[in-house]
Write a protein that binds this ligand. Structure first.
Ligand SMILES: [Zn+2]
Length: 356
């Protein structure tokens, strides 16, 4: 073994080497440094892994490999993530305190609560007021909030499970809301043809990690070989997220990124893709009109619940003029139901199979 290592003298590990090649035991060098990961590579030209991969190339690939080295993954690589994979999880509403199966009021009351509070964007206090004084249903505003939080937990899973395929072009942006007086951000992704919301991640910052989480969820249901384009503003978090996901996607087709900058079209890229940026801006305005009456949230789960139910409303219940008054994700199960509260109850019965 000693002789073997002597022949490899020029590859002696630098003092600070962190990782070693499992094939040739040489120190790996730092090849690419990104916000979310560092890629280390074995630089040894005699590495058995490298020689084996090289021998598998045909003549024309070998020619190309000399010119475009990085296109061929021939050398052993190690990816060091700067986060735990579990931290790439889309935000979710908390487990509910009350079981919707056993609510005291009749189930159509729950449907009314969601129709007023979510679909019509009426505050919890006013929803309780309307139910008490118009419909003679004794209900407190806290009960309205409890119902919404319980419904959100189930609707979140429903939103993600029923999302379906996505369009070739997605548009993304983050919008701020206040929780306990502090700025938080909801990262929205929208599929630009069907107009369905494909991600709605809530975070306390607008940096790379939440952008990556939202983007991961937004493309989750796309077939692996689908060519995908993402349109964003100039927030560098999106470029970093795309960089990170493309490193993971290799050799699948990489995500393409186009930025739309400023309010006026001063560059070709902004001119060509602004129409997609306007789609996400319209979504943000609609979302704002739903959260604004609440004047900020006291607890994070309140914001998460309202955002989740807004997405259920937006994707499955809200007709769009541009979709010829259809909803982004039509559900045949809702076709024969004419009232909004009836549609909400049908969605809940589908989201909670035991409640059907
Ligand atoms: Zn090696």
């Amino acid at each position: 073994m000693a002789i073997f290592f002597q022949t490899q003298k020029r590859h002696h590990p630098p003092r600070k080497a962190k990782y070693f090649c499992p094939y040739c035991h040489n120190a790996l060098y730092r090849w690419k440094e990104q916000t979310l990961l560092t890629i280390y590579k074995c630089g040894n030209d005699h590495c058995p892994a490298f020689l084996k991969a090289l021998s598998k190339l045909n003549a024309s690939e070998k020619q190309l490999q000399k010119k475009k080295l990085s296109q061929f993954k021939l050398r052993y690589q190690y990816r060091e993530y700067h986060f735990q994979p579990s931290s790439l999880k889309h935000s979710t509403p908390d487990k509910p305190k009350i079981n919707l199966d056993r609510i005291h009021h009749r189930s159509d009351i729950l449907g009314l609560v969601l129709a007023f509070h979510i679909s019509c964007a009426i505050t919890a206090r006013k929803t309780a007021f309307i139910l008490r004084n118009v419909f003679n249903v004794p209900i407190s505003y806290q009960t309205v909030l409890n119902y919404a939080e319980s419904a959100a937990y189930h609707c979140h899973l429903f939103n993600l499970q029923r999302k379906g395929p996505i369009d070739p072009i997605s548009s993304a942006d983050e919008t701020y809301i206040k929780i306990q007086g502090k700025h938080h951000f909801v990262f929205f992704f929208i599929s630009t043809k069907s107009l369905k919301i494909t991600a709605y991640h809530l975070a306390d910052n607008r940096e790379v990690l939440p952008a990556t989480i939202a983007m991961t969820e937004a493309i989750r249901t796309a077939p692996p070989d689908q060519k995908l384009t993402v349109i964003t503003d100039a927030n560098p978090s999106y470029a970093a997220a795309i960089h990170f996901l493309n490193a993971l996607r290799d050799p699948l087709p990489p995500l393409t990124h186009h930025k739309v900058i400023g309010l006026q079209n001063l560059d070709e890229e902004s001119t060509e893709f602004r129409i997609y940026k306007q789609i996400i801006e319209r979504l943000n305005r609609t979302y704002k009109s739903h959260v604004r009456p609440t004047h900020g949230f006291n607890v994070r789960n309140g914001a998460m619940a309202l955002t989740t139910l807004f997405v259920t409303h937006y994707n499955f219940l809200r007709p769009h003029m541009t979709l010829n008054y259809n909803v982004p994700i039509p559900l045949p199960e809702l076709d024969s139901i004419t009232s909004l509260q009836g549609k909400w109850m049908k969605i809940l019965s589908m989201a909670i199979p035991s409640a059907a």
